[in-house]
Design a protein around this ligand. Structure first.
Ligand SMILES: Cc1ncc(COP(=O)(O)O)c(C=O)c1O
Length: 386
């Protein structure tokens, strides 16, 4: 057994983030304010979008994207089941029906070839997920969306830093793109999210909706020159980011390249060390992901491996190594039973039965990756679970 526990995930917080947060606390402005605006501007510039609207989660951003994209009760929205519940809950929150498309069996991403067969006269939008840090084939996706006049809300929770054919996800977005800054994400603010778009209409509507539906710039009503007068244009939500989160976000964005470099080095070690182990397959990276955010490092445990996937998880846990599974398909969860029937998600279910996410984060040590590889290489050959 290794002496120390290697967690599956840890955020990368340095003195710089701590200093920024303390300065914000001392500034007297804690709610949405100048730091949030600065973060939005820097983020928009970083991804190459015209507008960025900071929120308290990616879930909020996905929800607002669908509302601003005109999705209404009774509409159908195409997505993948190999995702976190947020991608699907937000479809249900606007009163629409999720329609699941199966995944590519080697990458785990939505199978673009199977989208058109699921389009009906009720289909209004597509929510593709840039799963694990790989890009969906956006050229083909937008070709289908444009042909059928569908709104696209990209779930880029895993894809800060990801590039599709040399351009960052979020570059010149045709619909809306939502990112997550949850504690486990590549850029972490604890909780937090961002919606980016090139549409002024979507950005303006999002800004109103995330502050109860208050008229524009309501955040500044307590500042110098701010007015006490506001109107509620429509009943909205309380989804805005606040300045302490933004202070973390600005510093993390500044450090993103450095943190990604560390991830990439660790991935290289994993790829070298796991190559040739019978029964361990690494998630295939598609050709058009020119930069992979490597949010997750996913392996598949196939029939040829001495242990089953669940046995390997248990064995690694016994050896002080934390792992996770991304994801339990949404359509298999109790809340979504009624949408299971419509879907033949053979690849999704097969993928789920084989996958395992190994620890990957910028502060993970090379020696830890080597230990994990050694443990996988030296698993007992007698199965424990039945
Ligand atoms: C694919 C995906 N979409 C959306 C979300 C929701 O992000 P948040 O926790 O910021 O709301 C997550 C969170 O893990 C996710 O993995």
């Amino acid at each position: 057994m290794t002496d120390k526990f290697i967690p599956y995930c840890l955020p990368d917080i340095t003195e710089r983030e701590i200093k920024e947060v303390i300065e914000t606390l001392e500034s007297g402005w804690l709610a949405k304010g100048p730091k949030t605006i600065e973060f939005e501007e820097k983020f928009a510039k970083y991804v190459g979008a015209k507008y960025a609207v900071a929120m308290n989660s990616c879930t909020a951003a996905l929800h607002i994207a669908l509302i601003a994209g005109g999705v209404k009760p009774g509409d159908e929205v195409i997505t993948t089941s190999m995702t976190f519940a947020a991608s699907v809950n937000t479809i249900l929150h606007v009163g629409a029906t999720p329609v699941f498309v199966d995944i590519d069996p080697e990458t785990g991403l939505i199978d673009i070839d199977k989208i058109e067969e699921k389009i009906t006269e009720k289909t209004k939008a597509i929510v593709p997920v840039h799963y694990a840090g790989q890009a969906c084939d956006l050229d083909r996706l937008y070709e289908i969306a444009n042909k059928h006049n569908l709104f696209v809300s990209e779930d880029a929770a895993h894809a800060i830093y990801t590039e599709y054919k040399g351009k960052r996800i979020g570059y010149n977005p045709q619909g809306a793109v939502s990112y997550s800054f949850y504690a486990t994400k590549n850029l972490a603010t604890g909780e937090g999210g961002m919606l980016v778009t090139d549409s002024k209409e979507i950005a303006d509507r999002a800004r109103v909706l995330i502050t109860h539906g208050m008229s524009k710039n309501a955040w500044n009503r307590y500042g110098k020159g701010g007015s006490w007068m506001y109107d509620i244009e429509e009943p909205g939500y309380k989804y805005n980011m606040f300045d302490i989160q933004a202070a973390l976000g600005i510093t993390q964005l500044d450090r993103l390249e450095e943190m990604q470099e560390a991830r990439e080095n660790l991935v290289k070690l994993y790829l070298e060390g796991l190559a040739g182990i019978k029964g361990i397959e690494v998630q295939k990276v598609n050709d058009y992901t020119s930069k992979n955010a490597w949010h997750l490092f996913i392996i598949r445990v196939t029939e040829e491996f001495p242990l089953k996937r669940d046995e390997l998880i248990e064995y690694l846990a016994e050896n002080n190594i934390g792992t996770s599974v991304h994801f339990i398909p949404v359509h298999l969860m109790s809340a979504y039973k009624e949408y299971k029937e419509q879907s033949e998600l053979v690849n999704t279910e097969m993928w789920f039965n084989q996958i395992l996410s190994l620890p990957l984060y910028s502060t993970l040590e090379e020696a830890d990756v080597k230990t994990i590889i050694e443990k996988i290489k030296s698993v007992p050959t007698t199965k424990k679970l039945v």
